[in-house]
Design a protein around this ligand. Sequence first.
Ligand SMILES: NC(=O)c1ccc[n+]([C@@H]2O[C@H](COP(=O)([O-])OP(=O)(O)OC[C@H]3O[C@@H](n4cnc5c(N)ncnc54)[C@H](OP(=O)(O)O)[C@@H]3O)[C@@H](O)[C@H]2O)c1
Length: 241
Amino acid sequence: MKILIITGASKGLGKAIATYYSKNSYQVISLSRSQSKELEGIRQIACDLSKLDEAEQIFRDTLKEVINSKPESITLIHNAGSLGEINTLENIPAQNIKATVTINYTAPLLLSSVFIKETEQLTIPRKLRTISSGAANGAYHGWSVYCSNKAAVDSFTRVIGIEQASAKNPAHAIAIYPGVVDTGMQTQIRNSSEGAFSNVERFKTMKENGDLASPESVAKLIYKIDTDSSINNGEIVDVRN
Ligand SMILES: NC(=O)c1ccc[n+]([C@@H]2O[C@H](COP(=O)([O-])OP(=O)(O)OC[C@H]3O[C@@H](n4cnc5c(N)ncnc54)[C@H](OP(=O)(O)O)[C@@H]3O)[C@@H](O)[C@H]2O)c1
């Protein structure tokens, strides 16, 4: 059995990814705070990534169970993400900064570390995929935490690529930019005030013009990228290319 462990499959892009992999014969396990009734056949485990110690334990237990089931391959997709509060940096409460950094960056970094270590002795494919964002390379007013977190996940992806080059059975890491996807995250962006996010009108216009990609279409592209053996370890890939 091919296994996918994915964070944040309760809604949005993660839900579409989980559904698509499940249809393609993967056994899918989702870790998120809430559960979706629409995810049939997918195991949903309650997990708040902002509570790092608890999340680590839940992930360790899940991974151990997966390894004991002697799977054909294990893929971990870090999909859960949060914009946090959209505002100029000095106006974002400290607690919100800490929680957002933990969800977007520290949790993927830590779970990747556990994943690489605990699967080290396996001879099966071991894949790490992180849903990043074009925001990693941009500087968007009001998005200091999000932009910098996505740049950071790109960075650790590149480093894993280098570190694993000499491994016997390298864990293969890529970061993926999904484009602008019609999810709750985009609703949050459009609901921002212009004072907090000066570019809000552009995102409203994109929605009005039908320029947002559906989560289902992006999930298919992510699957294609994930299963494309020509993509190098540590690469950053944009679904729009
Ligand atoms: N939508 C876009 O245009 C866009 C563009 C570029 C990149 N992305 C990236 O794509 C990924 C998916 O975003 P989306 O648009 O699908 O967002 P979304 O609709 O807001 O969904 C976010 C997912 O993350 C989970 N999540 C949030 N906080 C969590 C926490 N503390 N612990 C566990 N899970 C948590 C949520 O589950 P619960 O609420 O149930 O916990 C939910 O399933 C993110 O990494 C995002 O940065 C999105």
